[in-house]
Design a protein around this ligand. Sequence first.
Ligand SMILES: Nc1ncnc2c1ncn2[C@@H]1O[C@H](COP(=O)(O)OP(=O)(O)O)[C@@H](O)[C@H]1O
Ligand SMILES: [Mg+2]
Length: 315
Amino acid sequence: MPEETPVIETHNLTRRFGKVAAVDGLDLSVAAGEIFGLIGPDGAGKTTTLRLLAAVMLPSAGEARILGFDTRRQAEHIRREIGYMPQKFSLYGDLTVAENLGFFADVFGVRGAERRRRVDELLGFARLTEFTKRRAAALSGGMQKKLALACTLIHAPRVIFLDEPTTGVDPISRREFWDILAGLHVQGVTLFVSTPYMDEAERCSRVGLMYEGRIVECDTPDALRQRVPGDLLAVWTADVPAARRIVRALPGVLEVQTYGDVLHVFVAEAAEAAPRLRAALAAAGIAVTEIKQTTPRVEEAFISLIQERRRTTEN
Ligand SMILES: Nc1ncnc2c1ncn2[C@@H]1O[C@H](COP(=O)(O)OP(=O)(O)O)[C@@H](O)[C@H]1O
Ligand SMILES: [Mg+2]
């Protein structure tokens, strides 16, 4: 395969269920070594996309190529080459950690010295070495996810598809899991990961925001942040709801988002808007601790870009 050939490439990839287009005309290209994050709410079409790419489901229209192989005609080949961790990955609860890994090694025909080497390496990698004899059902949620990942990697795939691997996992395990993914990325593995958590976008080399079967925004986290129109002001105040009402009504304010006790205010120009905000809040008797210009996180950028899109489609 020539180096420039994308690892994942789709043209008008579409999957319908009755009248619902779960995946609607996807055009996507992912290069070797990327961590591509597919981010979107429940029902956006992430799982269907992953199934189409992993060649376990046929498209209704369009096509997908993985490592240059067609998902319709070369599905068997693709399934051997890639790693795919479904949203509901089936570990064998009654089998131990070691037995689960052994099972997947059998499935993928990994044998002998190579098998022993892979199992040891993956146990260390997933920090499960001390738990080889524990039954999978007795592991914590985070450890089960790591074991599922280890099983997915048993045949040393160069491309892996992970469907919501961190959903329902505690924040510390989530971070650990992403550290493991970063380790794979460093080894040159191409990763395609879906997640409902926008904060995980920061750990991807590129992200696509999926909404109603389409990727509505797709870029690097930095580029997405820069595409947000205007500047962002963070406003710390004791009375967030009241401050929000006042700030929203001010001219030059594009949008207001609330994060706990901080208001994030998108304005046309920070230098000009900050004093105006301060004055308006003071006049209303609302105490302000601090107003400071800040860079949007990808999460905020996405919300802002989607609202921008809604405004333009409604008008
Ligand atoms: N096997 C199926 N049969 C019928 N509808 C489905 C099926 N799988 C998914 N859908 C529908 O397709 C849409 C996208 O679902 P899904 O791909 O699971 O989204 P996500 O993974 O982002 O939550 C939803 O409206 C869902 O109800
Ligand atoms: Mg899903």
